[in-house]
Design a protein around this ligand. Structure first.
Ligand SMILES: Nc1ncnc2c1ncn2[C@@H]1O[C@H](COP(=O)(O)OP(=O)(O)O)[C@@H](O)[C@H]1O
Ligand SMILES: [Mg+2]
Length: 289
């Protein structure tokens, strides 16, 4: 898929952000369209920094952002962006004494859903979306990590945002909850721009038509998951013995060694690469493992 940078819903150009001597973002350019984009990168890659800038809670040292044509540096435009935003921060501070429904009602008020009936409907809608309706009166302090994560996703969905930013939404979810999350994302009404971060390539392969790989504060890949997988073509092979020349190798469930590297030996049994292979190879090339 080609991305037309001039018409993309969300654009960032030349974004840089340092914390002391740490270069968290280094001249990042990207564009996001409606639909789901996955932001893939290891811990420390700059994902949270990037998403927090898009969510207007952090500012770059250099570069600019445009969200639906609006500039977050302008106070009035920033408010307009926030009105259209749903954000799950990586660490959402919860008021532990709130109930699930009470917390969602509180966030809905902050989101300017002033009509009581509409607010009640909206709270019920997002609770159902994450299957928390039977926990409406449970206090947040009594929720497990996975349930709390679902509550965080629910509050981001309030008010049908046009831009939905989810920072590691699948962290802490068990496999079944992850599947439910995938289902939920495929079904978000209103065709918003959705960007989610993860360090797990399987999340990307399963739900994101587009992927951006962030390594050491730089965008190292932007395209489809299929293209990321294909970038490792000819560089993944299987063998009965471990090949020391591979960058990475592990023994699979079939007892064969699976190798990733630049130079498969002559006659190697090449294996169809996965998104994870493409990602690992790219990480290796960047020295970011
Ligand atoms: N508030 C902060 N103060 C100092 N360093 C920070 C701060 N936030 C992030 N960093 C550093 O910036 C880099 C990128 O962090 P982050 O954006 O959280 O990456 P990710 O979300 O991909 O793990 C890391 O080296 C991290 O330690
Ligand atoms: Mg993070």
């Amino acid at each position: 898929m080609t991305v037309n940078v001039h018409t993309a819903a969300v654009r960032a150009s030349g974004l840089s952000r340092r914390y002391g001597s740490t270069r968290a973002l280094d001249e990042v350019d990207l564009s996001l369209d409606r639909g789901i984009t996955g932001l893939l990168g290891p811990n420390g890659a700059g994902k949270t920094t990037l998403l927090s800038i898009l969510a207007t809670v952090n500012q770059p040292d250099a570069g600019s952002v445009s969200v639906f044509g609006l500039d977050p540096r302008d106070a009035a435009e920033r408010v307009e962006i926030r009105r259209r935003l749903g954000y799950l921060p990586q660490e959402l501070g919860y008021h532990r004494h709130f109930t699930v429904a009470g917390f969602l009602d509180y966030v809905a008020i902050l989101k300017e859903i002033t009509d009581r009936r509409r607010r009640a409907e909206e709270v019920a809608r997002v609770m159902a979306a994450v299957s928390l309706e039977n926990r409406a009166r449970t206090r947040i302090r009594a929720l497990s990590g996975g349930l709390r994560q679902r509550l965080g996703i629910a509050q981001a969905l309030l008010g049908q945002p046009d831009l939905l930013i989810l920072d590691e939404p699948t962290a802490g979810l068990d496999p079944e909850q992850r599947l439910r999350f995938r289902e939920l994302l495929s079904d978000v009404p209103g065709d918003p721009v959705i960007v989610l971060s993860t360090h797990q390539a399987d999340d990307i392969a399963a739900i994101c038509p587009k992927v951006i790989v962030l390594l050491q504060g730089r965008v190292c890949f932007a395209g489809t998951p299929a293209k990321l997988a294909a970038s490792a073509a000819g560089q993944v092979w299987a063998a009965a013995e471990r090949d020391q020349k591979a960058h990475l190798s592990w023994r699979g469930a079939d007892n064969l060694w699976r190798h990733i590297g630049d130079q498969p030996p002559d006659g190697a049994e090449l294996v169809a690469p996965t998104v994870e292979d493409g990602y690992l190879l790219l990480s290796h090339a960047t020295g970011a493992r």
